[in-house]
Write a protein that binds this ligand. Sequence first.
Ligand code: IMP
Ligand code: MG
Length: 171
Amino acid sequence: MNTLLSAEELAHRVQSLGETITEHYAHVDEPIIMVGVLRGSFIFMADLIRQFDRPVIVDFMSASSYGDETVSSGVVKLKQDLGENIEGRHVLVVEDIVDTGHTLRKLRTVLEARNPASLKFVSLLDKPSRREADEAADWVGFTIEDHFVVGYGLDAAGLERNIPFIGVMET
Ligand code: IMP
Ligand code: MG
């Protein structure tokens, strides 16, 4: 395993993302709804939320593309929906990585239809060179090259989520 982003680099960046996002919502008095996209975002979200200094409600949803895990088919299915009603609420979706952009597009379409007061996306990682859908997160931790990465919540066939840094598997 080669280290792409160390635990220290991740911690520093997540702290500064937390500050930026806190500032963005400074004028919002009611709790924002922070939505983790399962499963890859769970560690990022756990760290980010502790750097977010505003009232916040936590919810989760799950989406997956058909086909094998490393190649997105472009057909994204909602597997688990929110518990909260988001109409008129401020929603921040937390993603692990934006790759082809199909997942982000699907989530945006589904959530926009429910008329939230605002809808923003934060992704720890971004691989713009792989984009197929014209989508972008509002905030990105790190823009990376086209490597398949694991750790800090991201998996390879379900494993490696517990690695405390972002690594590239040796081939
Ligand atoms: P997209 O729909 O192609 O943007 O894919 C988004 C999802 O694919 C992410 O939320 C991840 O679950 C998965 N994914 C994409 N690239 C990687 C990677 O390098 N490592 C682990 N999972 C990835
Ligand atoms: Mg994911």
